[in-house]
Design a protein. Sequence first.
Length: 100
Amino acid sequence: MPEPVSEPTSEPDFMATGVRIDRWPRSLTRAGEVRIEDGRLSLLTSYGSEIDSAPLGTVRTGRPWFAKPDEAVATVNGTRYRISGSGRLLEALQKATDGH
């Protein structure tokens, strides 16, 4: 019997692991994951559970003047998250949204 052919898995446009994700005033995960894939930003816990996700066109990002170089603020579905440990996040989001 022939083996089933699996769909090829696509690589995410951007992925950062081991990031801290906070929703003021509490930490949601200290070893989470930020993923940009198929036109969506996803915030995941260290166990892979989704915290929040949204199409890139609806996500707002920035870096407050007082933030460390590896911190960013992302507003996803109206909720503000502070993401630490992913210095390339803003660059990756800008690059991903330029194509959309």
